[in-house]
Design a protein around this ligand. Structure first.
Ligand SMILES: Nc1ncnc2c1ncn2[C@@H]1O[C@H](COP(=O)(O)OP(=O)(O)O)[C@@H](O)[C@H]1O
Ligand SMILES: [Mg+2]
Length: 252
């Protein structure tokens, strides 16, 4: 048997063991590709995770899993999909990102996106922007603080009834993101914002760009228009998107 196969067999065994709170059963060979299995092996071996309890959601570019760390805390694993047409869209961003190399290899590209999201989130936390806390990244797997209870993710803004206060909170986080972390989210929608008891929390920052990026203004405007429409359609009072744009950029 190749060492490679041994690693996969070992990882499969670990994946079969979930912790008590889960009723999920892992079915070998159907869930993950080989590269993901090797990345999971690393997470088990470095004691970043002890169990993978089961799948949470399949997003458009990733699958999310509920896992448990060595202290029994819930964590979320965001596993970036390695074979997906989304590459084309992503290349648009990567190609123009200042100082970054254009990567042609899809596996490398995906790994660079996981790393990028980790760094963006870390940068936000450092600057007190309300985002999901990142824990670790390895290859195509991003480990995040679990937002939710007992394997059930917190409701996103899309799944909640938004209030006028949520709108104010949204404008504040957008401003903090721009002025303090110097980033534009780039894929902001009600599906990428958690509504928690402590207020709103942005997540899914894999498409975020620095404010110096060529497309930063365009992406910021798009984010604001998307969110303004969302709040307006829910019957809330919103500022004109262009006023929000200039206010975020502090040029009013
Ligand atoms: N840290 C987290 N804790 C709990 N659930 C999460 C976490 N991050 C994401 N999720 C769940 O997974 C879904 C998809 O995550 P997201 O980062 O938006 O992936 P994608 O890039 O595929 O859209 C979210 O809507 C949310 O329900
Ligand atoms: Mg998303």
């Amino acid at each position: 048997m190749y060492t490679y196969d041994k690693i996969i067999a070992k990882t499969e065994n670990k994946l079969k063991k979930t912790n008590k709170r889960s009723n999920h059963r892992f079915i070998p060979n159907t869930s993950f590709d080989k590269n993901t299995m090797i990345a999971l092996h690393h997470l088990f071996n470095s004691n970043i995770i002890s169990y993978v309890n089961g799948p949470l959601k399949a997003g458009k570019e990733s699958v999310l899993f509920w896992a448990v760390d060595k202290n029994g805390n819930d964590v979320a694993l965001k596993i970036y999909l390695t074979t997906n047409s989304i590459f084309k869209k992503r290349h648009m961003y990567i190609r123009y990102r200042k100082g970054s190399m254009y990567l042609n290899n899809s596996k490398n590209t995906i790994e660079s996106w996981a790393k990028q999201e980790f760094q963006n989130l870390k940068h936000c936390i450092r600057h007190n922007v309300s985002v999901v806390k990142p824990i670790y990244v390895f290859k195509n797997i991003l480990v995040l603080n679990f937002v939710g209870v007992n394997g059930i993710p917190n409701k996103t803004l899309a799944e909640s009834i938004p209030t006028q206060h949520d709108y104010t909170c949204f404008v504040q986080i957008l401003t903090d993101l721009y002025r303090n972390a110097k980033l534009v989210h780039g894929d902001l929608s009600s599906f990428n914002i958690f509504k928690t008891n402590d207020g709103l929390m942005f997540f899914d920052l894999s498409s975020s760009v620095p404010i110096s990026h060529l497309n930063a203004n365009m992406l910021l405007k798009r984010d604001i228009y998307n969110m303004s429409n969302f709040f307006k359609n829910k019957g809330l009072v919103v500022y004109h998107p262009i006023d929000v744009f200039y206010s975020v950029k502090n040029v009013i």
